[in-house]
Design a binder for this molecule. Sequence first.
Ligand code: FES
Length: 213
Amino acid sequence: MKTTQPPAVGGQETTKPVPQQKPTTDPTVKGTGKAAKPASAQPVETVSQDQTVENRLKTRRRFVWTSIVGFLTINFLMFLRFFFPRTLFEPSTVFRIGTPSDFPLGVDERFKQSHRIWVVRELDKLFVIFAKCTHLGCTPNWIAPENKFKCPCHGSGYTMEGINFEGPAPRPMDRAHLERDVEGQVVVDTSRLYTCPPGEDCHFEDPNSYLVV
Ligand code: FES
């Protein structure tokens, strides 16, 4: 914009440019020097940050409490475990097996699994063999077609009477103590065994090492 100045001496007219006011594009407010910001932006951002911090604290608190509860629970279970010791429940060593007439001639395996014995019935007597190999203690098998006991560990063989005849077994298998109760039932006691080591006293003819039938 130009303004017309009064004519100068000499009749000539001069034109002097007037500084134009620029549109204000600077975000600062004149006179304060502070940035002009929307009035509502700052509180929203602060609230959002507060919520994030609060959420983090909650997560952390939950993790700590979960760890504490888990630790205490495990300790409590370990404490309870002391009231249930690892015990091995073995069958009684004294038990009834029935009357002699319940057993046919030969080897009866009915009590092998439950009490580790074989009942052997002969024409005039009955005895009980403790099913433990005298070599290293394995449980032999009764091989009916071959009429013998055979140990699966190192091959010891025993006759139907439990007498060793092959393999490394050093002596016959032991026999269990027998009695009859008042009802005529045979009572076996595997805690009392009769042995027959070679070169020593044989106890297979001792009273109660067999029953006359
Ligand atoms: S344990 Fe039976 S032969 Fe060795």
